[in-house]
Design a binder for this molecule. Structure first.
Ligand SMILES: C[S@@+](CC[C@H](N)C(=O)[O-])C[C@H]1O[C@@H](n2cnc3c(N)ncnc32)[C@H](O)[C@@H]1O
Length: 392
């Protein structure tokens, strides 16, 4: 099977499609097409295993099992019935059908979901005389269908739980970033394992943890389960080889220092436990500190800051007083560093009094955010700040 190229789609948080495509190329998957919300790729089955195991940025890997034009719900039913579901999983597995659509002319997505579920179960009854049960909470197998104005595409989800669930987070802090968003921010910031990293508002430690995993080449999916393990065509031997191939490439230590801190002792404790659980506690120099008390730990490096912002945490007036101090702190102590601030507060450049050299639009769930880049060079940043446009 492994010489055959199959079609897959890896969704990701909006705004990370470009860095996901780069990551797929780095993972040896060259045949990619970037679209809104993810990257399609053509690759052998083994690449599906590899991307599930190694991608820091993809949210899932969906295997495209069919695509067909449609006009009505009956067409969707027939197209779903036509597919060889009993060749891919058994009636002993529980299933869930999820439908999403863009510009679909049919009126009810719930009804389409029901028709696809009927088609799959009818097919099983016809071929195996037994149908799989539905489990909408913890299904073994997730079937996805996507409808545009004229075409329905069917997918089998090979990941199961979304890939940002690495299995490391034991307890959560308030407003944690999703792991794949944190990894995407590191890529967008151009951070590489050879750069010193400082996250001085680390909360539960999502950003330094992703950095440490990348730097040590520890696969983010190393210790979790995947939906493909339930598929009939799963190849446990090949999967075992790939996991082992990844494991032997792990490095014993990070090439450059990773620093993390937070003013909140409870957050620091949670971060500490999470780093220990992921086996990277020795790689991250973690301490409790107010950000403004920190000195630059190296002559150069990358600062990645995810401050609290009004919508989710703190009151806007507190932040208004804090941001100018943050700007002074950067200018006075981080000469030579590249600083990145990820925030939903589009007034940030104005409030900190620094001109960003880049502003990258991103979404944190439904919240529109920016990743601002500030190149801290003495003197040069004190110029007048250009008025931010309405979109920040
Ligand atoms: C949005 S959260 C960061 C979440 C983090 N990226 C994660 O994924 O868990 C902001 C963090 O900033 C911390 N914080 C707020 N003011 C601070 C200050 N003056 N110095 C250091 N940390 C501060 C808060 O305790 C909180 O953990």
């Amino acid at each position: 099977m492994d010489s055959t190229k199959l079609r897959f789609f890896a969704p990701c948080p909006s705004g990370l499609e470009g860095v996901l495509e780069q990551e797929l190329h780095d993972l040896g998957v060259p045949m990619t097409t970037k679209t809104d919300g993810g990257v399609a790729f053509l690759a052998p089955w083994s690449s599906m295993y590899w991307v599930n195991l190694k991608s820091h940025i993809a949210s899932r890997v969906l295997w495209e099992v069919g695509q067909t034009p449609y006009l009505s719900e009956d067409d969707v039913y027939r197209a779903a019935y036509h597919l060889s579901w009993p060749d891919w999983f058994t009636s002993a597995q529980t299933i869930k059908v999820k439908v999403s659509a863009r510009r679909c002319p049919l009126t009810s997505l719930d009804f389409i979901t029901l028709r696809i579920k009927d088609a799959v179960c009818d097919k099983f009854m016809a071929v195996r005389h037994k149908r799989p049960n539905i489990d909408t909470h913890h299904p073994n197998i997730r079937l996805d269908a996507f409808l545009d104005e004229s075409t329905v595409t069917f997918y089998l989800d090979t990941s199961g739980d979304p890939l940002f669930k690495r299995g490391h987070r034991i307890v959560s802090v308030e407003a944690p970033l999703r792991e794949n968003l944190a990894a995407g921010l590191l890529r967008l910031a151009g951070w590489t394992p050879n750069d010193v990293l400082l996250d001085p508002m680390c909360g539960g430690g999502t950003i330094p943890l992703e950095a440490a995993l990348m730097a040590r080449r520890i696969a983010p999916g190393q210790s979790r389960a995947f939906a493909f393990e339930h598929l009939i065509i799963h190849d446990p031997k090949l999967w075992g080889h790939l996991r082992e191939a990844s494991r032997v490439k792990q490095l014993a230590e990070v090439p450059a220092a990773i620093y993390a801190s937070d003013q909140d002792p409870a957050a620091v404790k949670i971060a500490q436990r999470t780093f220990q659980g992921a086996g990277v506690a020795i790689d991250i120099r973690l301490k409790q500190s107010d950000i403004l008390a920190l000195e630059a730990p190296a002559e150069q490096g990358v600062l990645l800051i995810n401050p609290p912002y009004g919508v989710r945490l703190n009151r806007p007036e507190e932040l208004d007083a804090f941001y100018p101090k943050l700007g002074d702190w950067l200018k006075q102590r981080f000469n030579g560093w590249r600083a990145y601030i990820f925030t939903g507060d589009l007034r940030t450049p104005k409030l900190i009094g620094l001109a960003p050299s880049k502003r990258i639009p991103l979404f944190n769930g439904p919240l529109e955010c920016r990743l601002y880049e500030f190149l801290i060079v003495s003197g040069s940043m004190r110029k007048t700040i250009p008025k931010p446009d309405k979109r920040g």
